[in-house]
Design a protein around this ligand. Structure first.
Ligand SMILES: C[S@@+](CC[C@H](N)C(=O)[O-])C[C@H]1O[C@@H](n2cnc3c(N)ncnc32)[C@H](O)[C@@H]1O
Length: 263
């Protein structure tokens, strides 16, 4: 179980140094709890878009305690440096499991990594429709093992400024991942005063679609063979039929591959 007192200390230090995350405390709590409950699913986690490191420090705390690696990915070296400094101050030192990478998600995923088992990808970088689509396509092309959890922040974010009218995290998710369940996480705009539903910042007009959640989690399921989808668990008839059409050598190779490595 994650050490709540330890996270409390990290948050107090973040507040003291003026580096709180732009995510809400509810969002942070649910994200950390999700990570804690699913820690066994992978060896590392990724934050895309760190800004000043307000969430990075909490993810770094989790990674250090859980024995995972944390990759902090941002296109802007200025924010990577700020986040590194924030983690160092909030945790009283920089854990060796935290790695800062200047890249976008596709370039990061093209690099060597410790394994293909990712606990969670947290995406909070480019919120424009095309940017979110790029990130999702990078994940789908990545070869990361399934089931794979992806968390997006700023799901229902909107702007009134002309340059940002195409900020549509929600639309990109539903266009590309609409076949999957989309699970809300964090606050809901309009249910409390935390997320403004009307433009408040004069120049950009940032606000949230009323009723939309602050973020979402989408889990890409483990790939299933056609036979497994057709067969009922106790049946296996389609599987046997398909196997019987294969040459004996191929059947043997398949059987030993499915049996996994010998111990
Ligand atoms: C909303 S802030 C992140 C906030 C941070 N996660 C937090 O909780 O405080 C967005 C960050 O994404 C970075 N960014 C913008 N486009 C990006 C991209 N395509 N790939 C990676 N990072 C990006 C920006 O430099 C900025 O640091």
């Amino acid at each position: 179980m994650i050490d709540a007192a330890g996270i409390g200390d990290v948050r107090r230090e973040l507040e003291r140094i003026g580096c709180l995350s732009s995510t809400s405390p509810s969002f942070q709590n649910q994200l950390l709890s999700y990570l804690d409950m699913n820690a066994d699913r992978g060896d590392f986690l990724v934050e895309v878009g760190c800004f000043r490191g307000g969430l990075t420090a909490q993810l770094a705390y989790f990674a250090r305690e859980a024995g995972k690696d944390l990759f902090v990915v941002d296109v802007d070296p200025k924010y990577l440096n700020m986040a590194r400094e924030t983690v160092t101050r909030a945790l009283g030192g920089l854990p060796s499991c935290v790695h800062f990478v200047q890249a976008d998600l596709r370039n990061f995923l093209a690099r060597p990594r410790p394994s293909d088992r990712c606990v969670l990808l947290f995406i909070d970088g480019d919120h424009h429709y095309d940017g979110v689509v790029r990130d999702i396509r990078a994940v789908l092309d990545s070869g990361l093992e399934r089931p794979l959890s992806i968390c997006f922040h700023d799901y229902g974010l909107r702007y009134t400024a002309r340059d940002h009218l195409d900020v549509r995290v929600d639309r990109a998710i539903h266009d590309l991942l609409g076949d999957h369940a989309v699970i809300p996480i964090g606050e809901v705009a309009g249910f409390s005063g935390v997320m403004p539903t009307e433009p408040v910042v004069a120049d950009s007009g940032a606000h949230f679609e009323s009723g939309a959640s602050e973020g979402v989690v989408v889990v890409l399921p483990a790939a299933q063979t056609v036979a497994r989808r057709v067969d009922r668990p106790e049946g296996g008839r389609v599987r046997r039929l398909l196997r019987s059409t294969l040459p004996a050598g191929v059947r043997r190779t398949l059987r030993s591959a499915l049996a996994g490595p010998r111990r």
